[in-house]
Design a protein around this ligand. Sequence first.
Ligand code: FUB
Length: 328
Amino acid sequence: MTKTLSLLTGVLLAASVPTLAPTAALGQAAPEPAAGNPIIKDKYTADPAALVHKGTVYLYAGHDEAPARQERYVMNEWLCYSSQDMVTWKEHPSPLNVKAFAWAKADAWASQVIERNGKFYWYAAVEHGSVPGKAIGVAVSDSPTGPFKDARGSALITNNMTDSPIMWDDIDPTVFVDDKGQAYLYWGNTNCYWAKLKPNMTELDGPINKVTTLPKFTEAPWLHKRNGWYYLSYAYQFPEKIAYAMSRSPEGPWEFKGLLNEVAGNSNTNHQAIIDFKGQSYFIYHNGSIPTDGGSFRRSVCIDYLYYNKDGTMKRVQMTTEGVKPAK
Ligand code: FUB
């Protein structure tokens, strides 16, 4: 996201995206829906986050609604899909809209949903209505598919709580609950911030800290744990690649390990989520590959395999159009 582009994001547009699915010519059979990447072809989807819950993967994504040739983000709602095999995705009615946060005015940007004690918490970046700049809200539900409602009635993070000169540094939340029950919120653009959350998941529990060991940190932190290692992946440089760091603690210190993914086709952002499901690791991201209008503001979620080395480091992702095979 460039400064210029971000400055253009304050206005909501009531515009619809043209139908993306191929239509049959008169007298011809309708083509079979194509499998593979991108996984959703009838809507533009961006900023994926995924949650594994009781044998199902829930995919949460922003909805890119910018009409063709409008080179700016138009995002009013978030979308939700579920799958038992990572290939067949069922769409659920949109469970969250910017309007659910009465204090927000626009921009359903990147988000993540996690479960704790039977409740589902949705952390989402939006444009604040009265505190200039981006902010992070949290919504809650008893179900992963909603309905979700504002859990606080106010933003959890506002731009004046952090000391960056830019207005969009408080975006892209990722939340992780450690084995001991301590929850962590990481977020940021240009600066990578983190703070502890109270067990209620809706209040900070201590100061806001900065990670200073992530070269070329742009945005999109994602925190996950595997075999005793904590991984902090993030969007690196601009146009974005994905890089990552590792630590033995969710509080760092974070050691930079290198690149994980290249620039994703036809999109200047990449925005990853990483999960394990049915014995396989997955790298979920977006590109701008749907012809003819796909691009940086009409993005599409993709899924490819992720592999680890024996020492716990991650292998470079190979982005494919074939995508993944059904998980068993
Ligand atoms: O979708 C809006 C912004 O673009 C997100 O917050 C960033 O991560 C980038 O993907």
